[in-house]
Design a protein around this ligand. Structure first.
Ligand code: NCD
Ligand code: ZN
Ligand code: ZN
Length: 448
């Protein structure tokens, strides 16, 4: 992109407000860098600049772009505020190095028309610690067009899950995808085919749950999605199988995998904290998914942060709700894998920062001029072990109890610090965002 006159003035123009100096991964190599940040909180230039602006040197630590989590459930409206809210969820995001969350529409009531969306938008403003994009669910034909002008993305549920009892009749999917393709917003699908669910005796543990909502249900749902119109911006949520990775890649369809499907399997734990949709799979499937992720074949990683109160998770397995918290631990768990040499940092940054932000049309996720200065400072020597009680989710538990993690020491949002020494120091100034390529427009797209 050649850049407008405004862009060029910005490049040459006003003096930077802050210089952040440290090491960063640039052109595939960790190297010293000075990042000049302008008065609007954008990255102005990389490299030495002579300026009187304050200079913050992070020493040996590494500066990373902050992450985008495409998939969270912050439970407002309709949820129990003691379990989660947009306010508490976005603080966990900030502490975990996530600068933008996509919040799902399976609220009570579901976000299925403009009124519901607008009242949810009002819950974000003045209460969110990081930026928020809101999904809507396209279940009412008359609401599609107005929603496409106000929502950030659409979410389709092919099977029942938390808060979703009614799903789309089979024959309705094709025509709906055609309509959504014309409206232009990204569309994420929960891809499990309920026809393939078992109806045997009540599931007692995650192994039974995997048999009840089996791998074939994901395969069959993806079969149907592969017939989607070419113009649709289609993304498949929480993919669990190595075979799904292969097929979606071949079809050039975007998708995400979660840390729990990458790191846990159906025998990782016996109780309902390990109950999630789609289910945790066999160790062989998990390993295959992880290997594909390591090879860079999984475009995005997302948490599917879905907290439930501990007493509901203590119900008999069959009655307990599905889902586990994860927005605070998404990046820290995987940064620890990088530190251990099990994952390339560049692979992680593409999947956690660059591609998800690009999917949602945001100038985020890279250390590059024109991008927002939403950055993390990470000291790779500062390894900790996860403890559900010390994490910030009000539900107070994690399925990754005792796992190694590396939390960001600092988190900058538009050049201002919101996490310092691992503590949240920000204000609830998170914004509502929509894709910048959406029909009603928005700020200019990032320069590549
Ligand atoms: C999610 C929830 O609880 O909202 N649960 C889950 O098991 N993943 C819903 C979902 O993403 O399917
Ligand atoms: Zn889902
Ligand atoms: Zn979800």
């Amino acid at each position: 992109m050649s850049g407008t006159r405004g862009d060029r003035e910005q490049e040459r123009g006003s003096a930077p407000e802050l210089i952040l100096a440290g090491r960063a991964l640039l052109n595939g190599r960790l190297q010293p860098v000075e990042i000049a940040i302008d008065g609007e909180g954008r990255i102005q230039s990389l490299g030495r600049v002579r300026t009187g602006a304050p200079r913050h040197d992070v020493g040996d630590a590494v500066i990373l772009p902050a992450a985008t989590d495409l998939h969270v459930h912050f439970r407002e409206p309709g949820g129990d505020r003691g379990v989660e809210s947009l306010a508490t969820g976005t603080v966990q995001a900030a502490l975990g190095g996530v600068t933008l969350v996509g919040d799902m529409p399976n609220n009570d009531p579901p976000i299925a028309d403009l009124d519901a969306l607008e009242s949810k938008q009002r819950l974000v403003v003045g209460r969110a610690a990081v930026d928020v994009l809101l999904y809507a669910t396209p279940t009412r034909a008359a609401a599609l067009e107005p929603l496409s002008r106000a929502a950030g993305a659409f979410k389709i549920y092919l099977s029942p899950t938390t808060g979703i009892r009614e799903t789309l009749p089979s024959a309705a999917l094709g025509p709906l995808l055609e309509r959504l393709a014309a409206l232009g917003l990204p569309v994420t699908v929960h891809a499990e085919e309920p026809d393939r669910f078992g109806d045997r005796s009540p599931p007692r543990d995650p192994v039974d749950w995997n048999a009840h909502r089996p791998p074939e249900a994901e395969t069959a749902a993806i079969d149907r999605l592969l017939t989607a119109p070419a113009g649709l911006r289609l993304h498949v949520a929480h993919v669990t199988l190595p075979s799904s990775v292969e097929r979606l890649r071949a079809a050039r369809v975007s998708f995400e995998a979660t840390p729990h499907h990458l790191l846990l399997h159906d025998r990782s734990g016996p109780d309902a904290r390990f109950k999630v949709n789609p289910p945790l799979r066999s160790e062989a499937d998990r390993r295959g998914l992880w290997e594909a992720f390591r090879r860079g074949e999984v475009p995005c990683v997302a948490s599917d942060h879905a907290p439930h109160a501990p007493d509901r998770k203590e119900l008999p397995f069959a009655k307990a709700p599905s889902g586990m918290p994860g927005v605070e631990t998404l990046l820290p768990l995987l940064l620890a894998r990088c530190r251990n040499g099990e994952l390339e940092l560049a692979t992680l940054l593409r999947a956690a920062c660059d591609r998800p932000a690009r999917w949602l049309g945001q100038p985020l996720g890279r250390i590059a001029p024109g991008h927002r200065a939403n950055l993390l400072v990470v000291d790779f020597k500062a390894r900790t072990r996860l403890d559900g009680k010390r994490l910030h989710a009000p539900c107070g538990w994690t399925a990754f109890e005792g796992w190694e993690a590396i939390f960001p020491r600092e988190h900058y949002r538009d050049g201002r610090r919101i996490v310092e020494g691992g503590e949240y120091v920000g204000r609830p100034s998170g914004r509502l965002v929509r894709p910048e390529y959406a029909p009603s427009g928005g700020p200019r797209p990032p320069r590549r």
